[in-house]
Design a protein around this ligand. Sequence first.
Ligand code: PMP
Length: 287
Amino acid sequence: MSVYLNGRFLPLGEAKVSVLDRGFLFGDGVYEVVPVYSNKPFRLDDHLRRLQRSLDGIRLANPHTIAEWRERILQLIALQDFADQSVYVQVTRGTPGEGQPPRDHVFPQATPPTVFLFAQPLVTATPAQKAAGVCAVSAVDNRWLRGDIKAISLLANVLLRQRAIDADCAETVMLRDGFLTEGSASNIFVVKDGVLRTPPASNLMLTGITHDVVLELAAAHGIPHEVRAIPEAEVRAADELWMTSSTREILAIVKLDGVPVGAGAPGPLARRMDALYQTFKQEVMRA
Ligand code: PMP
């Protein structure tokens, strides 16, 4: 497998980073995951814009222009022998050079960032998961207050996601101060009486590219939708609950904390939105 590291494409086994890299020591970096269908990246510019916002959020200069990122990502995609990919993009604050403290919280001087890209086969929800839906658990959102930054320091998300896996579920739905924020690795939508709802963008959550596409599709197809704060009671009383992400796409949550959501099966709006999303994806990819 070919990966990209700091200006070079090379086999995975030859890609080496210093143990003093700030990504390794501090989790000091940001990332993106771009879905690729039939060798075409989906919504790449949106991902690159979000990468810029994450870099701004951690005060790290973007090492590349949009055109340079595009070129590197397209080259990486072309080097893989599978067509549907999940491209991972990571930028860390790099490895402090000679004469600088090897480990110090303070930003190092004149240190080039570490840029790492790799692709893996895209694993979307299985047909069985789509047909039956998945279960989720809820938890208090105990992450830091900058969920809008796609930071590589994901310890809280890792622990939260594992709670779902330990309960044989797919996702953990997070609540902060009695309101829905997002999933441990997804955004969450609630449907009640035919109205689609999701919380507004804020520092407390990552605004997903998929989340934005879903809202665009809702607007384009006249599906009533509201972007507003969602109290826990509305999550628990939902007719439908969905998780969305670049890799999961739109996936119905049919049980929350062991309690059926609505009828306990993927609802009509989830099925409709999934169909709209699949059609939209195909149209974009053909263009
Ligand atoms: N929130 C979090 C915490 C995530 O990790 C993800 C997945 N990257 C999302 C939301 C969904 O974002 P996207 O639709 O861009 O994949």
